[in-house]
Every structure is written in structure tokens, then in C-alpha cells.
Design a protein around this ligand. Structure first.
Ligand SMILES: [Zn+2]
Length: 652
């Protein structure tokens, strides 16, 4: 197997079939999902110093095959499979002879999975001399709450949301906190964002509807009953439109879930439909709200930053996706079954309780909170202000519960500038299996598939980081700077592993001169490759121009996407680059499997990444650029204003 890795430039011209043949050869060779063999074997051709590092496609395929095998159950961060994947990575680095960064290759970080109450929480509303205590079933301490007591005048702050910046002045046209004094106050805040439902509940509902649709469609597809399928689609689509009607009027949903030309292939893809709804919502008139505006953490940190000493959270009646959910108004558990997304459960800066909306309506009096929500959603205008003459006191006493989760790190010692570190990283966790988190089951040829294998997301980036380490180590070259190969856990839960690493690094963070992130590099397609984060240093574009495009179609993006691990480094003023081949119909679905990996694409991308790595390893200066376009909630290419340039395959 080793013999195949010859210098990159000759391989690039190998016909695609040959590359895939090598890939098929190694795949058929491997009996089952055993960790691939270590690169012991005869030494590869020693690559002359000035030559490029050579990545081996068959090795990457073998590693993706293992990591994305059904036996790894989609590598959820809180599953034993993640620990197995970490052991596999550590084994590989041991065999390669790279040094651990911490005591071992696995560098654990605490992930908060819940909280234990030390005393029942209390919430009392004071009107003059009258004090009314909220009844226990009507409110609950949130697992993320800080422990402590807080008392102060009550202030309603709507969704504590801020719309995207618009106009010359770059000011938000909608700001719930504008002109509101929160110092020493208790804030009452609505979950989600104006005119937006509970996104996770909506996704779960779409996944349920997808399951129901697949069951109903199956017999019709088997009978090739086109008319029956058309009727089924029309009915299910009408239900979908009714479901989202409170948020997006029907006439805006023309493009959502159209009937496919070949009706027999009709399927209910919750991710694609969700994406279509999000796009339609983004096109609605009025203020636009970034994804994070709906996050509890964003709200509470913003309120505490404005001086609030405590927060009462309420899910308003309009944010529920179904009447049953609105009626039940279930309060969050202290130890959620699945500490899902959204920054998980790390402690918030102030005590926070959640109250059921009907209890809040009663306790907080007129105007009713439910009415205020309806007014805001209708007019997209804030309704914030003090609740006259009312004070609240709340007390929460709890202890966070954590589990240890491994990031995996290995380093290649540098030479004369070993003090400086270049980080090349990729997350190795994924979303597990249905009904975990976001993983919705799918049906393939009538068989239910529950495992979100995560071959592209992100076994592809993981395999490329491993292969970069092997190629560099076996090239015998010593970079001037130290290179740290990093595999993050908890990315799917809100970039938790990379955040933990930069918050408590096993080396001085000031030593890190740059970070390269590979997240979903396995599905190069018509959209081409996106390289993001260029605005984080003015050195990036000239360096990338020097490295070239390896014949690929590339979009060079100035902004830094928040939705992957490089964002944690960017937030510490470290220049970053993000390599990404884009989302696809299998994104976060069981269909993200190794057979759909574009190996030739990975080899082309690998060529660019090695070119960047070699120049960084050899001391290229990259200064952090504070004046760049900054962080963005959207994916590379989603905002024309921050695209630097596009090159087409010809490298023109
Ligand atoms: Zn990912």
C-alpha cells in the first residue's frame, strides 16, 4: 500500500478512476471496520526537502471508513464511541512517533451535562407590601443557572434580541435593550427570537413528519402509484405550510419542498426542508435576526452585561410548534437526557429560572406577557420596559455535573522557532444516531437507517489531519515552528472542545501564530472549495495565491464563520483559515457515508493545505487583522459583501 504515495504533482494528473481504484482496492481489502494498519511497512520514498508533502488517498479512505463505520454509531461526544475514536487517534500518533502535548495524547476537558440542586429554588414577586411566591411546578432553575440570590425591580425585555446591522450607520433596526436600564434589575425575557419558533422543536417535528411520510410513501412507491404519491405529497406539504404559517406566510414558501420531476423519488428530507424554511424566513420583510439571537446563552450574557442581576426566562405561547406543547409548557430538566446544542450547559453569569407562560401571565399582571409577544411578532417593534411597581426575588443553589471528554493532540517539534506553534485541527465528533440530537433516521431502499455516520462531517477532516501528520513526519523534515495536530470533541454541541482548549490550553496560547481548520472537506462538488477566515490576516491571500488552487474551483471568504472550531481561536485574536466543501443533502443525516467521499477532491484540497502548512511551518509571518470582516453566522459565500474572490478550476 505505501508504494503508491509518489510526489504530488505527478499524482494530480492521475485519472480519477485510478485514484478511486486505489480507494476501492483498500476498501474491499478491509474485512470489517478494524482500525486501519499502522504505516509500519517499508519506508516511503524519502521526499526531498524542497518537494511538497504527499498525502495518501488510500490511507485517508481507510481512516474515514473506520471512523464513519456503523460500529462507531456516529461518534456522539457523550457516547463511548467517541472515546474509542480518541484511542484510535492516540494509537496512530504513538505509531507515528509524534509527541503528546499533555500527559497523554488525550487532553480531557470537563463538559457540563447537568446540575444537582443543593436547595429548592425560590421565586417571589413583590407588589408593595404584598409578596407572592411562585408555585414549584410553575418554574424551575435552569441547569446553566449561576448559584446565588438576586432581588430587584422587574423589567420586561422582549426577546433581548438585536437585529442584524443595517444602513450606513450600521445600527440594528430592532434592539430590545435599546434605552432599557437593567442595572440591578431582574429581567423577564422570551426564548427564541421575534417571529421565530423553537428551532429544535421544529426540527424534531420535521423529523417525525419525515418518518411518517416515508412509511406512507413506501407502499405507493413499491406500486409505482404516481397519483397516490402526488396526493400524499400535496397533503403532507399542506400540513407543513400550516405548521409554519404563524411564522412564514404561505405565499413565501413556493420553493419549499416542491414535487420532484420523478415523483417516485419523492422524499421528506427534514434538513433540506428546514434549510428552505430558514431561507424563506430570511427573505421576509423587516428586521433580520442572526441564528444566535435565539440562543439562551446569548440573551443571558447580554442581559448580565447590561447589569441585570437575575433572569426569568419564559417560552411565549407563539414559540411552541404545536398546541400540545404550548399547553404542556414542559420546563427544562436539570439533567437533560441529551445536553444538546447551544453552548451546552456551562454556567451562566447570573441566577436564571424558567417560568411557564401562563403562570408568568398571571404573576406579572397586565399587560400580559403573551399579548406583548403577539404585539412584538406582529409589528417587529420592541415592547421592553419596567413592570411598574413590581420587584422579584429569586434564589438558586445548584452544582454543575460534568463528564471528562477528550480532545486529542500530538505535536511535531519545531527547529529554531519551536517556541511558535501552528495548529492544524479538525473535530472528530459527530451527532450520533437517531433519535440523538439532530440525527433523524432515513429510509434507504425500504431499510431504516438510524446512524449519522459523519463521513464528510468530519471524518474527512480528521483523516486529513492524520495524514498530514504522517506525511510530515515521514518526510523527515523538521519545521522551524512546532506543529500541533489537534482533534476536537464537542464541536457539534457548540464548538465546546476548541473553546475549552483555548480557554485552558496545555501550552501558552500566545505561542500560537495561526490555526487551520478542516471541517467537511470530503464532498468537493459543483460549489467547489471554500476557504474562509481570510480577513483574519492580510498575509493569507498572498500566501494562498502563492500556493495556488490545485486546479480547483475556490471561493475565498473574508469573514470567519462561527459554526466551527476555528472560531474559538479567532476569538483569541489568532489568524485562522477554514477549509470547507459545503453542505449537502446528507448533511447531519444517515446518508453522510464514505461511499460519497470525493477522494480526488480531498487530494486536491490536501495539496493546498500542505502548501499552507509548509509555509507556516517554515516561519511565514501572519499577523492578526483586527480590522477584518470579523465573525459571521453564515457559511462561507453566504454574504456577497465578504467574498474576496472566486477562482474557477483553471486557476484563472
Ligand atoms: Zn462538522
Amino acid at each position: 500500500m505505501h508504494a503508491m504515495s509518489c510526489p504530488a504533482d505527478s499524482r494530480r494528473h492521475w485519472p480519477l478512476v485510478v485514484l478511486l481504484a486505489t480507494d476501492l482496492a483498500c476498501r474491499s481489502a478491509s474485512p470489517g471496520p478494524q482500525p486501519p494498519e499502522s504505516p509500519a511497512g517499508p519506508p516511503v520514498d524519502v521526499v526531498k526537502k524542497e518537494e511538497a508533502l504527499v498525502l495518501d488517498g488510500a490511507r485517508m479512505t481507510a481512516d474515514i471508513t473506520f471512523l464513519a463505520s456503523d460500529e462507531m454509531h456516529g461518534r456522539h461526544t457523550l457516547s463511548p464511541d467517541l472515546r474509542r475514536a480518541a484511542e484510535f487517534l492516540a494509537q496512530r500518533y504513538t505509531e507515528l512517533g509524534l509527541a503528546p502535548v499533555g500527559a497523554g495524547y488525550a487532553v480531557d476537558f470537563p463538559l457540563v451535562v447537568g446540575a444537582k440542586l443543593e436547595a429548592p429554588p425560590t421565586l417571589t414577586v413583590h407588589r408593595g407590601k404584598k409578596a407572592v411566591a411562585a408555585a414549584a411546578p410553575e418554574f424551575a432553575a435552569l441547569p446553566q443557572s449561576a448559584s446565588g440570590e438576586a432581588r430587584g425591580p422587574l423589567v420586561f425585555v422582549g426577546y433581548a434580541a438585536r437585529s442584524e446591522l443595517e444602513g450606513e450607520a450600521k445600527t440594528p433596526v430592532y434592539d430590545d435593550l435599546a434605552g432599557v436600564d437593567l442595572k440591578g434589575k431582574i429581567a423577564v425575557v422570551l426564548l427564541e427570537a421575534p417571529g421565530r419558533p423553537d428551532a429544535m422543536a421544529l426540527l424534531a417535528r420535521l423529523q417525525d413528519d419525515a418518518k411518517r411520510f416515508a412509511e406512507a410513501a413506501k407502499p405507493l412507491q413499491e406500486k409505482k402509484d404516481v397519483a397516490g404519491l402526488k396526493a400524499l405529497h400535496a397533503k403532507a406539504r399542506a400540513e407543513l405550510l400550516a405548521l409554519v404559517d404563524p411564522y412564514i406566510p404561505k405565499d413565501r414558501l413556493g420553493e419549499v419542498w416542491p414535487l420532484p420531476e420523478d415523483v417516485l423519488t419523492v422524499e421528506y428530507n427534514p434538513m433540506a426542508i428546514g434549510g428552505g424554511l430558514f431561507k424563506a424566513a430570511a427573505g421576509l420583510p423587516g428586521p433580520r435576526f442572526g441564528f444566535s439571537e435565539g440562543s439562551l446563552r446569548t440573551k443571558v450574557e447580554r442581559l448580565a452585561g447590561a447589569g441585570a442581576v437575575g433572569v426569568i426566562v419564559v417560552r411565549g405561547p407563539r414559540s411552541f410548534v404545536s398546541a400540545e406543547a404550548r399547553k404542556a409548557d414542559v420546563l427544562p430538566a436539570l439533567k437533560p437526557e441529551k445536553p444538546g446544542r447551544g453552548g451546552a450547559l456551562d454556567p451562566l453569569p447570573v441566577p436564571v429560572v424558567q417560568m411557564q407562560w401562563q403562570a408568568a401571565d398571571k404573576l406579572l399582571g397586565k399587560p400580559r406577557l403573551s399579548q406583548l409577544q403577539a404585539d412584538i411578532d406582529r409589528e417587529k417593534k420592541p415592547r421592553s420596559g419596567p413592570i411598574a411597581g413590581v420587584e422579584a426575588a429569586l434564589a438558586v443553589k445548584l452544582t454543575p455535573e460534568t463528564v471528562a471528554v477528550p480532545n486529542v493532540l500530538a505535536s511535531l517539534a519545531g527547529g529554531d522557532r519551536a517556541q511558535e506553534i501552528v495548529v492544524i485541527g479538525a473535530h472528530y465528533d459527530h451527532i450520533g444516531e437517531a433519535p440523538d440530537d439532530e440525527c433523524g433516521e432515513a429510509r434507504k431502499d425500504g431499510v431504516v437507517d438510524k446512524i449519522c455516520n459523519g463521513a464528510d462531517d468530519n471524518a474527512s477532516g480528521t483523516a486529513m489531519v492524520l495524514e498530514l501528520a504522517r506525511a510530515w513526519k515521514q518526510s523527515g523534515r523538521t519545521p522551524r515552528r512546532t506543529i500541533v495536530f489537534t482533534h476536537f470533541a464537542g464541536e457539534e454541541l457548540g464548538v465546546l472542545g476548541s473553546k475549552a482548549l483555548v480557554d485552558k490550553p496545555p501550552f501558552e496560547l500566545a505561542r500560537v501564530v495561526a490555526m487551520i481548520n478542516l471541517d467537511m472537506v470530503g464532498r468537493l462538488g459543483p460549489k467547489g472549495l471554500a476557504i474562509g477566515g481570510l480577513g483574519s490576516s492580510e498575509a493569507w491571500l498572498p500566501l494562498l495565491d502563492e500556493v495556488g488552487a490545485a486546479g480547483l474551483e475556490i471561493l475565498y471568504e473574508g469573514s470567519t464563520a462561527t459554526r466551527s472550531d476555528h472560531a474559538s481561536f479567532y476569538r483569541k485574536d489568532i489568524p485562522v483559515l477554514f477549509f470547507f466543501t459545503g453542505t449537502h443533502a446528507d448533511y447531519h443525516r444517515p446518508g453522510d457515508t464514505v461511499d460519497k467521499i470525493n477522494l480526488a477532491g480531498m487530494l486536491g484540497i490536501g495539496q493546498i493545505v500542505t502548501g499552507v502548512m509548509q509555509r507556516l511551518g517554515d516561519g511565514r509571518e501572519v499577523k492578526f487583522n483586527k480590522a477584518g470582516p470579523g465573525l459571521a453566522g453564515g457559511l462561507p459565500g453566504s454574504d456577497p459583501k465578504t467574498i474576496i474572490k472566486k477562482v474557477n478550476g483553471g486557476g484563472a
